[in-house]
Design a protein around this ligand. Sequence first.
Ligand SMILES: [Zn+2]
Ligand SMILES: [Zn+2]
Length: 245
Amino acid sequence: MIKAPRHLGWGAVNAVMDLLVPRQCAVCGVFVQNAGLCTTCWPNAHFIAAPLCERCGLPFDYDVGADAWCGARVAQSPPFGRARAAMTYDDVSRALILSFKHGDRLGLAPIMASWMRHAGSDLIGDAHGLVPVPLHPRRLRRRRYNQAAVLANTLGATCAIEVQSNALRRTRHTASQNGLGRKGRDRNVRGVIAPTSAVGPQLEGRRLLLIDDVLTTGATVSACTRALLRAGAAQVDVLTLARVI
Ligand SMILES: [Zn+2]
Ligand SMILES: [Zn+2]
């Protein structure tokens, strides 16, 4: 069952408008033929490729063999299984994400989802369903759409994989994670993400893939993972558009 994100009506109108009005490079604003980046900004985008940490997806400078873990993951194992991201979080991916999230550029979703599909093909192949990181209803009202749900729905449609849009919910509104360090982020999201009672039973024994726009310290996806595991999920992996290196 593929569920549309809330306010899809508005989102669909926006996506159509994105096709009709001239498109601009998400970074520098020059007009472009296709959604996304102009030919000047394109070479500045950093896509993550192997070799990388089998666990958290951190790229390695040189190949240390298959199934290698980075030092951070050996020292402290996250609750999720594997994490992968399409791009390094830098000026280009930040500009892309900001225009997608706050600039109503929903037309970027297909190209972003295609990059994520490429980076996360193994994880997608193993997953029974996609779960977007939830927004609190108050933030959803202000932003009008959940960028993670739009990415999950776009990926779900192209990969023919079920999307559990309402699997998780935020039990209270929290301050933005921006500007917080690892410990602050952990504290900020602790105990605020829970499985939705209606969907919870459908998660039992499932291998799920969490979807978000950016992985920073992993605090939010870890909180989501714990909630899904509590609901009986067998395995949780994480796929984001970008990640902080
Ligand atoms: Zn540009
Ligand atoms: Zn790692």
